[in-house]
Design a protein around this ligand. Sequence first.
Ligand code: SPV
Ligand code: MG
Length: 305
Amino acid sequence: MSGSSDVTTAAALATRATTRLRDSLMQPELTFLMEAHDGLSARIAAGEGFQALWASGLSISTALGVRDSNEASWTQMLDVVEYMAEATDAPIVVDGDSGHGNFNSARRFSRKAERVGAAGVCFEDKLFPKMNSFVGSDHDLVPAEDFCAKIAAAKDAQTDPDFLVIARTEALIAGLGQDEALERAEAYRKAGADAVFIHSRKKTFDEIGAFAREWAGRAPLVIAPTTYAATTTDEFQQAGISAVIWANHSMRAAFHAIRDTCRQILHGRSVNGLDRLATLPEVFGLLDYDELDRSERQYYGQPAN
Ligand code: SPV
Ligand code: MG
């Protein structure tokens, strides 16, 4: 890395994570938020260069071995987010589900998310307990006014002016159509949402593309192309999308990697050939074990071993 890019990186990191995320969403290039579900996946994603992270409800729940239906409590979710925030400087948007109750639970969640180091929260307009958007057909929404109260309360609760509150409408997931989705998104924008997350479980980008055309840039638009994965990011950019959440990809990658390793050890009776395993020096490097040595020398004045 050159001297001048060192300076650029240091200057970028000196800016608060909240400000970096807000600035990133406001400029015309796509922002990528990579899913992370613990400190390790957060370190890996940020280390690879993702600008921001998505603390996914689905992936954190899955990593905890529970279902994405508010089986983990909101404090359990934020305990994980705290490890993620300690592990990286990358801005983190926390999946706040439907706010874990009423306006008061939503604002308490949001305030606590900010305290543990998140750069923003995202709430969705489903009932509590919510069910993951890709499971079954039971996706009833709360009345738009109730959800507006959660957004307004969360905005009032933030202390950092750049902290983001993202409103997610599940109107398309619930089969309520474009008009309802647009009406809700507009109401949430007026209630103070900094950005709108429009979700779909269609296999093509069509319904999101149609929404984006009508929305016409009223506020930054966020998507999670889990099912319409064949669409290119250029198409998202041309449609005026601001941010793309790769919502569950680390968790799904880990799922197969862990399972295949278990199978090979159990049935192959050997770890030979498992060359995709991380080496321990790689692991120690990522977690900066050397820093302990350096600090020990600094504080005790002893030579390193
Ligand atoms: C999550 O990652 O938990 C999300 C996105 O909410 S999705 O699972 O696509 O609904
Ligand atoms: Mg979720």
